[in-house]
Design a protein around this ligand. Structure first.
Ligand code: ADE
Length: 274
């Protein structure tokens, strides 16, 4: 009997110290990427496999899973539009928030798959006034919305919805990335009122998803940050769509180089080491 209790205590101690070691290091990592073409090189590079059971068949979202060193990785993409019959990628805040929420809810349901970190990767517009250039890689320090204008007492801050990203300064130095705020809106282009609010958000880069993704992460208390590659200059004199199409190839290459380095760096490291 005495021997049995000794074994029990020893195994409990061992189990707890094991859990502690896992909890302090990145073990389960989600990479949320809006467009299929942006995600394809990473999926291929890490030999991730499509998990057709991950999301409900009603949703357009896709999940690819696999392991890299000590990390379990899940790459989620927003799939293609069937609702409006266009067949294009589901870009923008609604699919981004929903896909992130569903993925975190599913993975957090079990202790072994609980998500330690979520990275939102993709392209963005850059502000030359903040030092951004085409092809630059940015890691986010915070995110906010610029197109949710609600000038009613108490609602202004909700509309802006500013959320701090997990601190990744060492990682930025390691991969030669710039740091800055990403401002989110549901339009690729920007009008005067957008410029006013993007300026108030002190944005270095602009995208169409990250503030929504951060919101879902906050609900799950999941640490998160964005890795964004600049395809166009928001405060330049060229039409965004024209510059975006021209530089998508170069930016995709930067993303392809940066993402595996980021995964390599974060897997097995704790938040303090980022
Ligand atoms: N993705 C790439 N360029 C962008 C821009 N200018 N605005 C929003 N999302 C983008």
């Amino acid at each position: 009997m005495a021997c049995f209790s000794f074994i029990t205590y020893a195994s409990i101690y061992e189990r707890h110290s094991h859990i502690h070691a896992l909890a302090s290091h990145h073990h389960s990592v989600v990479v949320a990427i809006a467009m299929e073409a942006e995600a394809a090189p990473l999926i291929q590079h890490l030999s991730l496999k499509l998990n057709p059971q991950f999301f409900s068949p009603k949703s357009p979202f896709l999940a690819y899973q696999g392991t890299h060193e000590s990390c379990n990785l899940t790459v989620i993409t927003n799939g293609k539009d069937a609702v409006h019959g266009t067949g294009v990628d589901n870009v923008g805040t609604i699919p981004a928030a929903l896909a992130t929420y569903l993925a975190l809810e599913k993975l957090d349901a079990q202790e072994e798959t609980k998500v330690d970190l979520l990275i939102n990767a993709g392209t963005c517009g850059g502000f030359k006034a903040m030092g951004a250039e085409i092809g630059d890689v940015f890691l986010t320090t915070a995110v906010a919305n610029h197109d949710r204008r609600i000038p009613i007492p108490g609602f202004t801050g909700y509309g802006i919805g500013k959320v701090n990203s997990t601190s990744v300064e060492k990682l930025a130095g390691e991969i030669n990335a710039k740091l800055g705020v990403c401002t989110t809106g549901n339009s690729l282009d920007a009008h005067d009122v957008d410029h006013l609010h993007m300026g108030e958000n002190e944005a270095s880069v602009k995208d169409m998803e990250i503030a929504a993704i951060a919101w879902s992460c906050e609900l799950h208390q999941t640490p998160h940050f964005g890795l964004k590659v600049v395809t166009d200059i928001v405060d330049g004199d060229r039409a965004t769509q024209e510059e975006f199409m021209e530089n998508l190839g170069t930016a995709a290459k930067s993303l392809q180089e940066a993402l595996p380095k980021v995964i390599e760096y974060i897997c097995g490291r704790s938040h303090d080491e980022l």
